[in-house]
Write a protein that binds this ligand. Structure first.
Ligand code: GAR
Length: 217
């Protein structure tokens, strides 16, 4: 894939500050991705407004209108497939994906998780990190597999925890890191530098056994 041929669907549930970082970097020509569609499972997600403002197509389906998780995911995929996505970017999409959805887009789904995986999978990561007195925190971009927050890790942004800060302050610092690392890692995929083979990552054709680590202040 070459520049702007990587058709990208961004899936959100909320504010979409990560989405905004993709929009801004794409507008400046800093990432090799074509933002084809933004999908939300919540009609009032502010990220939909961000997409509208940027002139990106938006789609929304609510899960409560479907019998079960797989029925919803099939409907989502039908909507997304009309845009022929090469890459699915989960950006604060707060739904657990069915195995069917993960297999449908195998090796094409990226997620960002607000912790240094494998530490702190799940929710409420910032408060848990503070409560545990951790020295380091950050965020991880990874391929999505059927194991929640367990897919192969691509890129981590790390920062030192200030023991006096609140969870909200720590969250803001982590999100500022996310806005750097997520577009960067996704753009690696867009340039064809990242591949997902048999559950493992190839980066520039070589196995990536540990994620790339970047430190932030
Ligand atoms: C981000 O911090 C992302 O890491 C987190 O949700 C936030 C979305 O913010 N994702 C998860 O917790 C996934 N388990 P945004 O809507 O402003 O991009």
């Amino acid at each position: 894939m070459s520049k702007s041929h990587c058709r990208t669907a961004v899936l959100i549930s909320g504010s979409g500050s990560n989405l905004q970082s993709f929009i801004d970097k794409a507008a400046r020509g800093e990432i090799d991705l074509e933002l084809s569609v933004v999908f939300s499972n919540k009609p009032d997600a502010y990220g939909l407004t961000r997409a509208d403002t940027a002139g990106i197509a938006t789609e929304c389906l609510e899960h409560r209108n479907y019998a079960d998780r797989e029925a919803f995911d099939c409907a989502v995929a039908e909507v997304l497939d009309a845009y022929k996505p090469d890459l699915i970017v989960l950006a604060g999409f707060m739904r657990i994906l069915s195995p069917w959805f993960v297999q449908h887009y195998e090796g094409q789904i990226l997620n960002i998780h607000p912790a240094l995986l494998p530490a702190y999978p799940g929710l409420d990561t910032h408060q848990r990190v503070l409560d545990a007195g951790e020295e380091w925190h950050g965020s991880t971009v990874h391929f999505v597999t059927e194991e929640l927050d367990g897919g192969p890790r691509i890129l981590q942004g790390r920062l030192a925890v200030n023991p006096d800060e609140t969870a909200d302050e720590l969250c803001a610092r982590v999100q500022a890191v996310e806005h750097q690392i997520y577009p960067e890692a996704a753009s690696w995929f867009g340039r064809g530098r990242l591949q997902f083979r048999d559950g493992h990552i190839l980066f520039d054709g070589k196995p990536l056994n540990e994620p790339v680590l970047k430190d932030y202040a």
